[in-house]
Structure formats: C-alpha cells, structure tokens
Design a protein around this ligand. Structure first.
Ligand code: NAD
Length: 358
C-alpha cells in the first residue's frame, strides 16, 4: 500500500517470508517483542527465520491490555539491554495493538530510538494501530497517557494470522474499519457490511480487501498530518466517548468495542447539536449489529466517572470537550476556524450519555 511513507505489505503467507521482507532493513540483531498468546502461535517460526539474518531473540510479556504499562516497558527494555541489542538493531513488534503500542514505545526510547517493524496479528492492529506511528502505554489515570510518535520502517500484515483470532477480536477490529468508512468512504462502509459474513468467518480474500482499504484511508490521513495538528483528528471519531467508556468499565470492554459504542454515542451527539445527519447514527447502529458488536455498555454508565475522563482526554482544548463529528457519511465537520474537532456543551454530552446511565 502506497502513501504511508514506509512500506506497508498486506497479504497472505507473509510470516513465511519475513526474513526476505526484513532483509532490506539490514540489522545487527532482532528483538521480537510479543505477548504470551502470540508467542505461542507464531514466535518460533519468526525467530527461526530472523536468526538466518542476524542474532535474534524473543522478548515476551503476558497478554492483556492491563500489561500495556510502564512496568512492562521497563521489563522489555531490560531484556533488550541484557541481550545487547545495539543501535543498528531492529525491534519486530509481533502481535496486536497492545504489542504494537508497547514495542513501538520501547523502540522510541531504547538507546534514544531504534528502528521498529510492525507485524500486526489482530484485525484491529492491521486496519489501524500498526499504521501512523503512535506508540505508548496506559497509566492508572487513563489510556495512552505516556508515549511517543515513532514511525515504523515497515508494516507487514499477514492476514493468515487472523485464522486463530477469537471472534470478539475480529468484531473489535471491524469497529475501526467501520470508522474508516464513516469518516472517509461510505462505499467502503457498504462493501464492509456486505462482506461482514465472510469477514466474520475469516475469509482471507474479504479480510485482505478490508485491511487494504483501511490502511489506504488511515495512511492518507496520517501522512498529511503526522503529529495530529489538523485533519488527523478525524480518526478520533468515536474515541472521546470510547476512552471514557474504557475508563468507566475498565477491561470489561475491548478497545474496539468501546470505539464502536463511542461512534454510536458521538453520532447521536452530533445529531443532537445539529451537526450530524441523523442517518449517520442509524447506519452506525446497523454496522455494529451486522458485526455482532455491542449496542450498549456492559452495565449502567457512571456519568460522574465518565464525564471527567473525557476532560482528561488529550482532545480537550481550553476546557471544552471537543469531538470529531461527521456531517454526513464520508464527510467530517469543521468548526468556524477550520478545526476538525468541534466544541460541544457538556450538557449535551450528559444528555446523550444519560441514556446509558440507567
Ligand atoms: N497506536 C494506535 O494508533 C492505536 C490505534 C488503535 C488502537 N490502539 C491500541 O491497540 C490496543 C488494542 O489492540 P488489540 O485489539 O489488537 O488488542 P491485543 O493486542 O490485546 O490483542 C487481543 C488479544 O488477541 C491475542 N492475539 C493477537 N493476535 C492473535 C492471533 N493472530 N491469534 C490469536 N490470538 C491473537 C492477543 O494476545 C490478545 O490477547 C489498545 O491498547 C489500543 O489503545 C492503538
């Protein structure tokens, strides 16, 4: 896929030729950073291939969002030091978004920065988190509060790895693909919904098409605005409420599920303040249902917890909560100054979310 500023390869059987794909980025050594689940599935063959190129080792940490932490960052960094990975070494982030964010942050900081290749193995990581160079870890106060921009040298998305991905994670990844359709390409959204049964059965051709188009959309937005000073903010559609839901419900909600619900709430919010065509929320609801995503949170939403979480969000400017809102399918709204986020009165936010607080 062109346009990301680095090579993004999407296809089947990439893990079988990782050595050939990574050889052009010649390195003095390879650190395969992964989590315990992905390690079980894929680490051995990847290690064997990379050892043909240079010394290689696996640095694994226990799977789970709660391990995307500063402690894990320190533990993985220590492993790199022990193995003596030098500045010409390469970190291979093998796994989902948790691995990609964590390994990317290790790469951004280890020896003041070493190169990193993203090898995503979840649908969410393929369509979204492996592209764009955002890396980081969570803290008790909120998600992704510590991190860095660190672009990978290559992204290699092998859709065959998705065969073993649990169904809930297929749906969670589809949420970010739905977002790409809503913010940039309504025809893609239509194609995604028609392909939903095939995607849910992990049909390689259907997965390939979705990953390819999502990568194109995300890459086009982030290359234009690498550090999120402008239009990149449109990728945050669904994420302001989504992050608040993640804070309120902890690990009961997957990131993709929280974004799915966030899109529904934000489309309704946009309609309530007269920015978003009501048909957007209707289409989002159909999309969530089609992919078996949740249509409401797992319990009553505590507004006193959720609303302050939005104030903590990095998308808050000058005290007002700002949202990336669609005007219509495929068309994002701008404010009077041309910004891609709009300030919304907190009373309106409270009103829309109160439906979930009972
Ligand atoms: N950097 C960004 O731009 C960006 C964008 C979106 C999301 N994110 C982050 O991504 C994270 C969520 O990523 P995720 O949903 O991929 O979660 P994840 O990395 O936790 O993966 C989900 C689960 O699936 C397992 N798994 C991974 N690949 C597998 C495979 N092929 N077969 C079987 N099991 C497999 C993992 O071990 C894990 O248990 C969140 O922390 C979120 O903040 C980052």
């Amino acid at each position: 896929v062109a346009g990301a500023g680095y090579e993004v390869v999407v296809g089947p059987s990439l893990l079988d030729r990782l050595d050939a794909l990574l050889a052009p980025h010649s390195a003095t050594g390879y650190a395969i950073v992964t989590d315990s689940t992905v390690e079980r599935h894929f680490a051995a063959p990847v290690l064997a291939q990379l050892q043909r190129l240079a010394p290689a080792f696996v640095a694994a940490f226990p799977a789970g969002e709660w391990n995307k932490s500063r402690d894990t960052w320190a533990g993985v960094t220590d492993q790199l030091i022990q193995h003596g990975l030098d500045r010409a070494g390469l970190i291979v982030a093998l796994g989902g978004g948790v691995v990609g964010d964590l390994a990317g942050f290790v790469a951004a900081t280890y020896l003041r920065g070493v190169r990193c290749a993203q090898v995503p193995t979840t649908l969410l990581a393929m369509v979204d988190s492996s592209i764009g160079g955002k890396t980081g870890v969570d803290t008790a106060a909120g998600k992704n509060l510590v991190g860095a921009f660190h672009q990978p040298v290559a992204v290699l998305a092998d859709v065959d790895t998705l065969r073993s991905l649990p169904a809930v994670h297929v749906a969670a990844g589809a949420a970010e693909a739905i977002k790409h359709g809503v913010i940039a390409d309504p025809e893609y959204l239509d194609r995604l919904l028609s392909a939903a049964p095939a995607i849910r059965q992990r049909d390689p051709a259907a997965l390939f098409e979705a990953v390819r188009r999502s990568v194109e959309i995300k890459a086009a937005v982030v290359t234009e605005d690498e550090k999120e000073r402008g239009r990149r903010a449109i990728l945050n559609f669904g994420h302001t409420v989504g992050h608040a839901l993640e804070t309120a419900f902890g690990y009961e909600l997957l990131h993709g599920e929280a974004v799915a619900l966030g899109m529904l709430a934000e489309a309704r919010l946009g309609a309530a303040v007269g920015v978003t065509a009501p048909s957007v929320a209707e289409r989002v609801a159909v999309a969530l249902e089609t992919f078996g995503l949740p249509m409401e949170p797992p319990g009553a939403l505590d507004l006193e917890r959720a609303l302050p979480a939005m104030q903590h969000d990095k998308k808050v400017r000058a005290g007002a909560v700002r949202f990336a809102l669609p005007k219509a399918l495929g068309e994002m709204a701008r404010d009077a100054e041309g910004a891609w986020t709009l300030a919304v009165p907190s009373a309106a936010v409270r009103q829309v979310l109160s439906e979930w607080s009972r």
